[in-house]
Design a protein around this ligand. Structure first.
Ligand code: HEM
Length: 518
């Protein structure tokens, strides 16, 4: 008798299809359900959404309420406020910590968590071994090395360069169509130049790559690599396929990364070589050193702690990745809120005209004395910071955070919006009110009552290394912009809607119409 192959192939096909379906259902429906039940039993607020529903839900709030973060702001105003929220993205579980006592415990126990590999694998294509992506002893060594580039003396010495570069940059606006200035994109180019000059020295401004200015090249590359984090194909196929260049956009990233690193490696090697041949005593005494000069001196003083050229290059790119979107976002939102709140703009202008009368006399100390500007910047960081959470970490083992037993593999983060918009920490939290941060404000005590409630730069060992640098840049760029230009929105009917891409930002870029102040 001849066996019926066609029916056994059909039944094999159905069996395989059933097994695949069962696996998908298990991973995207059953597994997250039980994982979330585990946290629910511990008093954590849970949002279960089979398949990929949670992301759809958040994105839904952009349309419904004009704000990607609407739900997180609601949590902050709930009474009682949830101590944490657990939700699923497909099979992975995220625990977002809101209670400030738990935030402190989570952040301070750095060694129990590592960077989320889904994030670090994508970014490392460009950022390589940058310390923002590393953990444990490697991170500690690198962070210590780079801290030299962000200490007080270094930052203070960079103020004149930041002012001069910004003034030149703003002058260039006058050569463009001043009715349509996309401030955020423009400021990113300025920031790239400032980071480059701080790192390599004044000559950075003159570098070109293939005959084109280097800053737009790196700014664009950083953005494209960052977009991998929301690239569905990357999440489906993984980083190996990106490296193989399966899609054109991935091949372009690989090509441009190679090109930039080859270009920059040559600059760094030449710079270190010339520093080795320089008079070391004079170099020690030189005021206003750039980072490469500091790193060279560190290498000579402590060769055992020295980092390779490659690590230094990776870090340079990482400063672009950490600094461009965030700092340009804050500066742009300051311009926006100063327009929508003209009373505050008048007071800001008055202060700027006093302190920036002669910009060459501005120092870090003077910037710190600008109470109104500092309060205004803080309020923008509270209401509309482009960075909405600390970098996500993964629990490396089962452990406790307060009374919550966290399972190994859970992804942890801190959604800043919940406490930034909580009545517990701010009177009238939905109102844009920079004066809440002024010394004589009746609500200052409340806003400052808990050091873990307002942490736009993170806190603890992994706090943003560039925070003081960023705050100097923001204050100088915004002050000079305000001093030099009267501005208004290009579209008087512009409606602010917040989305989340690489950063939390306006869904439609804000365009400004500028008129030079006489
Ligand atoms: C307004 C601007 C900025 C904001 C709001 C911001 C915010 C943050 C936040 C929230 C973190 C994560 C902290 C954590 O995971 O615990 C971070 C980390 C970091 N930021 Fe910033 N940042 C800004 C500007 C900058 C600038 C200008 C640079 C560099 C020049 C920079 C470099 C970094 C680096 C390297 C890290 C990783 C630190 C580590 O892993 O040890 N940031 N930033």
């Amino acid at each position: 008798m001849i066996p019926d192959f066609s029916s056994s192939i059909t039944s094999l096909f159905y069996t395989i299809a059933l097994l695949v379906l069962a696996k998908v259902l298990y991973n995207l429906v059953i597994k997250p359900y039980f994982a979330l039940s585990y946290y629910k039993k511990q008093g954590v607020l849970v949002r279960y959404s089979p398949f990929y529903g949670n992301m759809t839900h958040w994105v839904g709030h952009i349309k419904k309420r004009g704000d990607f973060l609407a739900l997180w702001k609601d949590y902050g105003q709930q009474n009682p406020k949830p101590k944490a929220v657990a939700l699923n993205f497909g099979p992975s579980i995220r625990l977002s910590i809101i209670d400030t006592g738990l935030i402190k415990e989570f952040i301070m126990n750095n060694d129990l968590h590592m960077r989320d590999p889904t994030v670090t694998r994508a970014l490392s294509l460009l950022l390589g071994r940058a310390f923002s992506l590393s953990d444990g002893p490697i991170w500690r060594k690198q962070r210590k090395f780079f801290s030299a580039g962000f200490h007080f003396d270094f930052l203070e010495s960079k103020v004149p360069m930041i002012i001069k570069t910004t003034e030149e940059f703003l002058e260039n606006f006058k050569k463009q169509d001043m009715n349509n200035i996309a401030l955020k994109a423009e400021v990113q180019l300025l920031l790239g130049t400032i980071i480059g000059k701080s790192f390599i020295g004044e000559e950075f401004g003159k570098y070109t790559l293939n005959g084109k200015p280097v800053v737009p090249f790196i700014a664009d590359l950083v953005k494209r690599v960052g977009c991998l984090l929301t690239d569905k194909a990357y999440h489906l196929l993984g980083v190996r396929f990106v490296k193989l260049g399966v899609l054109k956009r991935w091949r372009d990233i690989n090509r441009d990364t190679k090109e930039f690193k080859t270009f920059f490696r040559k600059i760094v090697e030449e710079k270190f070589l010339s520093l080795q041949n320089a008079d070391q005593e004079q170099l020690q005494k030189k005021p206003n050193k750039c980072m490469i000069e500091l790193f060279h001196l560190q290498r000579v003083a402590k060769p055992q702690d020295a980092l390779s050229d490659e690590e230094i290059i990776d870090q340079f790119i990482s400063f672009h990745s950490g600094g461009l979107e965030s700092t340009s976002g804050v500066t742009t939102m300051m311009a926006y809120y100063s327009l929508t709140n003209p009373i505050y703009q008048e007071k800001l202008l008055e202060e700027v005209q006093t302190y920036f009368k002669d910009p060459s006399q501005v120092t870090l100390e003077k910037l710190n004395q600008m109470d109104y500007l500092n309060a205004f910047m803080k309020e923008v960081l509270r209401m509309a910071s482009p960075v909405i959470t600390v970098m996500p970490r993964v629990a490396m083992q089962d452990h406790k955070i307060g009374d919550i037993l966290v399972k190994k593999g859970t992804i942890l983060n801190v959604p800043f919006a919940s406490n930034n918009f909580s009545n517990e920490y701010h009177d009238n939290p939905d109102k844009f009110d920079p004066e809440r941060w002024l010394k004589n404000s009746t609500s200052l005590e409340k806003s400052k009552s808990d050091p873990y409630s307002f942490i736009p730069f993170g806190v603890g060992p992994r706090t943003c290394i560039g925070q003081n640098f960023a705050m100097i840049e923001v204050r100088i760029i915004f002050s000079l912009f305000l001093k030099k230009f009267k501005y208004q929105l290009t579209d008087p009917n512009y409606k602010l809607v917040f989305t989340q891409t690489l950063a939390y930002e306006p869904e439609t870029p804000i365009l400004f119409k500028l008129t030079p102040r006489s």
